[in-house]
Design a protein around this ligand. Structure first.
Ligand SMILES: Nc1nc2c(ncn2[C@@H]2O[C@H](COP(=O)(O)OP(=O)(O)O)[C@@H](O)[C@H]2O)c(=O)[nH]1
Ligand SMILES: [Mg+2]
Length: 198
């Protein structure tokens, strides 16, 4: 008997929303991706879905202010949330971001998993810490994804994971090292998707 590994067989773009305009999505389970601008959200989505063009990888950080929705295997919605923590963003926009994230985290009954992306090379910043706090407060299942793992050696990585765990107040095993470049961590991440999402 062979056990089939969870896989994204089909992924397609559904819609872009300009805010949290109450995307209901016919009640399908949702997985959301959050993280700083430029942390590698689009690259992760493309890598998981095996489609290099699905989520546009922008070279210009901070441009995506839209919520992008993708349909996976005709069974679940992958929600690409707007990047945060970009210095040029005004205080007003940051407040909008906070309000929107909290509405989303607390107001989406179909949200089954949060993928919280942080760069493996950097200590999580103020916005990352807020995000982690809100995810916990909303009592949502989450994985902290430490992106761009290819940029560090194995030994450096271990140290980085512990530092991230400490700063965000999560356990090291709640952090998944990931590289969109080498696809390291892809299988492990897909294996963490909740039942019925793939
Ligand atoms: N070395 C490396 N670079 C990456 C990885 N993931 C993303 N990048 C680069 O980081 C930049 C931002 O990536 P992007 O996916 O657009 O980030 P987003 O703003 O969070 O959607 C791009 O130049 C990517 O090529 C990775 O796993 N390894
Ligand atoms: Mg992006």
């Amino acid at each position: 008997m062979t056990i089939e590994r969870p896989r994204i067989k089909t992924a397609r773009f559904i819609t872009s929303l300009t805010g949290n305009q109450g995307f209901e999505g016919q009640g399908l389970p949702q997985i959301a991706v959050a993280g700083k601008s430029n942390v590698g959200k689009s690259s992760l989505i493309n890598c998981l879905c095996g489609n290099h063009k699905l989520a546009r990888i922008s070279q210009e950080p901070g441009k995506t202010r839209l919520v992008n929705v993708f349909l996976l295997n005709d069974r679940s919605h992958l929600i690409d949330l707007p990047g945060y923590g970009f210095a040029r963003v005004s205080r007003g926009m940051q407040e909008d971001w906070g309000r929107m994230m909290n509405e989303f985290l607390n107001g989406s009954p179909h949200l089954k998993l949060m993928l919280h992306l942080v760069d493996i090379r950097h200590e999580p910043g103020e916005h990352d810490q807020l995000m982690a706090k809100w995810i916990r407060a909303a009592n949502l299942p989450f994985v902290v994804v430490a992106t761009k793992a290819d940029k560090l050696s194995k030994a450096q990585r271990q140290r980085a994971i512990f530092a991230i765990a400490r700063t965000l107040g999560v356990q090291p095993w709640e952090i998944q090292p990931f590289s969109a470049q080498t696809r390291e961590g892809k299988e492990e991440l897909l294996a963490r998707f909740p039942e019925g999402c793939l």
